[in-house]
Ligand binder design. Structure first.
Ligand SMILES: Cc1cc2nc3c(=O)[nH]c(=O)nc-3n(C[C@H](O)[C@H](O)[C@H](O)COP(=O)(O)OP(=O)(O)OC[C@H]3O[C@@H](n4cnc5c(N)ncnc54)[C@H](O)[C@@H]3O)c2cc1C
Length: 406
């Protein structure tokens, strides 16, 4: 009988295995992954660079059950996470924005460091081994996987969420449901947004720096200025990914882009009036030249119902005002997301009220633990999800090892 069986060798499962063995070298820990290699999602994270954690994991950065997330992270804050990674041989670089990356900026180096550390500590790693079900047995659990079955005194469900196409899995939810745990509705988060604004298609591929705000009902959400991209289906970029966590199907959701975040409406209005006076003979499609991308400039002019071939000098004061307003508040009606397949994170998950934040142990079944994305916690874009995965993995690993008492 194993002391601990961990389902999923991703971020939280690898962390759990390392901390369990650090807590007690004498225990037997087995780590299953259905993939042929461990940590596949970590390897693709942060565009292959792995935004490993964040210096300020404030409660406002988490959704689902942010209070639970905060408690878990307070027990393993970023400075301690940094020490843990140093112990594993990885130096972190905290950027001014708070985002942290491995100094190598290579996600694969994070996977290697964790994989080596787990193996050195004596964790038994079983890849290409999909756990199909877990059932209760006297003194522990029976863990059935494709091709076999093991028994374990403790089980940590670290199987992640369903986001990310082939990298996702429903298995963790199903195992926990079989023990009576509730799963909330699941939604894609950190995902591109679809919009039906007619001007979007002609702007496909255009990238600019913008500040985005989203509105849904009485709520307003804003994101830091960042790259903003037009696609054939809608909009993308770091701020869009962040704001996507607030999108709920069936609720009206609008995004507003300030295309000149370093200026303001009044200044822009004055500058457009100056251009009208100075370049009155030029055509309206030239009005925004030198201010925003040419293609966007033309679409703004069309949106204000001005013919692009008309003269700049003929644009009325009222139209100048509405153009200035548009450039600082370009509205996008959001019609959906780019789906779970393209999402980085699953919003929703296993109800945290049935888990203890200090240990990650189920309140319904002693010896059963859950960590990471399978739980109803999702963070913003910026290293917040991995931050929660490491912290919840650590708590579960240590608590499960303590229960063994060898
Ligand atoms: C493209 C992309 C980029 C991302 N970039 C970042 C980033 O830069 N920063 C950040 O903070 N977050 C990022 N995320 C999110 C982050 O990677 C996840 O939130 C985090 O990995 C979740 O950790 P976890 O341990 O819960 O699950 P995972 O890391 O997903 O690990 C779960 C593991 O369980 C295995 N598994 C599933 N079912 C079974 C089964 N039945 N039997 C055995 N094994 C099973 C899976 O193969 C997987 O290896 C990104 C996600 C994606 C998809």
């Amino acid at each position: 009988m194993y002391d601990i069986a961990i389902i999923g060798a991703g971020a939280s499962g690898l962390a759990a295995s390392i901390f369990a063995k650090k807590e007690n070298r004498n225990i037997d820990v087995v780590l299953f992954d259905r993939a042929d290699r461990v940590g596949k999602k970590i390897a693709t994270s942060g565009n292959g660079q792995c935004n490993i954690t964040n210096a300020t994991p404030d409660i406002s950065r988490y959704h689902g059950d942010p209070t639970f997330a905060k408690k878990v992270i307070d027990n393993f804050p970023p400075a301690e996470q940094q020490r843990f990674f140093e112990e594993c041989g990885i130096m972190l670089n905290f950027e001014n924005s708070g985002k942290a990356y491995p100094m190598s900026y290579q996600a694969s180096s994070v996977v290697d460091a964790l994989r080596f550390r787990a193996a050195e500590l004596g964790v038994e790693i079983k890849t290409s081994c999909r756990v199909e079900s877990v059932s209760k047995k006297e003194n522990g659990f029976s863990v059935k996987y494709e091709g076999g079955c093991v028994t374990a005194k403790n089980v940590i469900v670290a199987a992640g969420g369903i986001a990310g196409g082939n990298l996702g899995s429903e298995d963790g939810y199903n195992v926990l449901k079989s023990f009576g745990h509730k799963v909330t509705s699941l939604r894609p988060a950190i995902v591109q947004l679809k919009s039906n604004e007619p001007f979007i298609r002609s702007l496909k591929g255009v990238k600019l720096f913008a500040k985005l705000t989203a509105r849904s009902g009485k709520n307003t959400y804003s994101a830091d200025p960042s790259d903003f991209l037009f696609t054939d289906y809608g909009i993308s970029g770091p701020a869009v990914l962040s704001l996507s966590s607030h999108y709920k199907e069936g609720e009206k959701f609008s995004v507003f882009a300030d295309l000149l975040p370093d200026s303001n409406e009044e200044k822009t209005c004055k500058f457009l009036s100056f251009k009208r006076a100075a370049f009155g003979n030029r055509t309206a499609d030239e009005l925004f030249a030198g201010l925003v991308h040419k293609k966007i400039g033309i679409e703004l002019v069309k949106l204000a119902k001005i013919a692009p071939s008309s003269k700049i000098g003929d644009i009325s004061d009222e139209k100048i005002k509405s153009l200035a307003s548009l450039v600082h508040n370009l509205p996008f009606n959001i019609t959906g997301t780019n789906g779970m397949k393209n999402a980085q994170v699953t919003a929703g998950g296993v109800d945290t009220k049935d888990f203890c934040a200090d240990t990650m142990m189920s309140k319904l079944h002693d010896g059963l633990f859950a960590t990471g994305e399978v739980l109803n916690v999702d963070g913003d874009c910026g290293g917040f999800n991995l931050c929660f995965a490491w912290a919840s993995g650590k708590a579960a690993g240590i608590a499960a090892a303590k229960r063994v008492g060898k």
